[in-house]
Write a protein that binds this ligand. Sequence first.
Ligand code: GDP
Ligand code: MG
Length: 360
Amino acid sequence: FEGMTVVELSKRTGKSISDLQDIMVNVGEKVCSEFDSLSIDIAELVAMEVGVNVKRLHSNEGSEILPRPPVVTVMGHVDHGKTSLLDALRQTSLAAKEAGGITQHLGAFVVSMQSGASITFLDTPGHAAFSAMRARGAAVTDIVVLVVAADDGVMPQTLEALAHAKAANVPIVVAINKCDKPGANPERVKVQLASEGLALEEMGGDIQAVEVSATKKTGLDILEEALLLQAEMMELKARVDGPAQAYVVEARLDKGRGPLATAIVKAGTLICGRYVVVGAEWGRIRAIRDTIGKLTEKAKPAMPVEIEGLKGLPMAGDDIVVVESEERARMLSAGRKKKLDKDRLLKIGEERMELASPSE
Ligand code: GDP
Ligand code: MG
């Protein structure tokens, strides 16, 4: 939508030029000629008003595209050790060691390897969080670690997690956990997974399965290597310069600092001081902190950071877009809030209709 003219927007939305110009007046924009090109913010506002969904696509032209770390989500059946595994992985992080093991809770952490490579883990396990984010259009996760307990084997939520990863087209690395237990039978887990259609590496496929123990902290380095190998095959890259395109993975209200959001940058660089629209909220980034709580000026792709300065609390999966002024931020946020309200009313209306005409 960047740089689209009123004429082009009219073609895309099926609305007349004068209708679009009326809407522009309503959202507080000066009326412009039909051949003037619109800023992406205005185009989004107008498209929202006429009920067209827009996705912001940033041009990568002329900017440097560099490899970026993978963003990983852990999923699996309850009690198979997701939380334990994340805790164990967190402790392998150099940053955690440097900070004396104290990292602040961000909903994400980074494991930095001796080789200089790093992996970003989202530390809200479970497919509920994964699906909620995806439902909101946030494709944050690159790789899913499917945790299966070696003593328990494949269970209902293992299959659910598998289905979610498949639906999202996100590759899987299997972590067969609790291999320290006397009743552990990793071979049985592999056979079960294969019968679910997972093409494991040792059976000629390309899905890696690693045997680990979260409590004994064994196999963690092999799991990390497997994740890096998977990431390498995917050739994960991102534009580093230019406006940030980011997502919220967690948000909370702090008594003193106000709304805080953990963000992961997908592309570009998030810079302190910029005006942003986050979901339907807006603000000016007052501070950016990294996973050990250190203030930083900028956040690059796949780097989880906590941002401060929003006026309201956003939701997990909300997108973060950078706009050029406070006025734009307010306007876009107001437009998105209006759209949310409209959608909510529509949904209530539909539910009423269903209630009014019960099917036998
Ligand atoms: P989650 O529900 O998937 O997050 O599972 P948790 O991490 O809470 O672990 C469930 C239980 O399994 C806890 O009592 C853990 O101590 C135990 N557990 C997790 N990983 C291992 C492991 O590698 N070996 C053994 N023996 N127990 C484990
Ligand atoms: Mg847990």
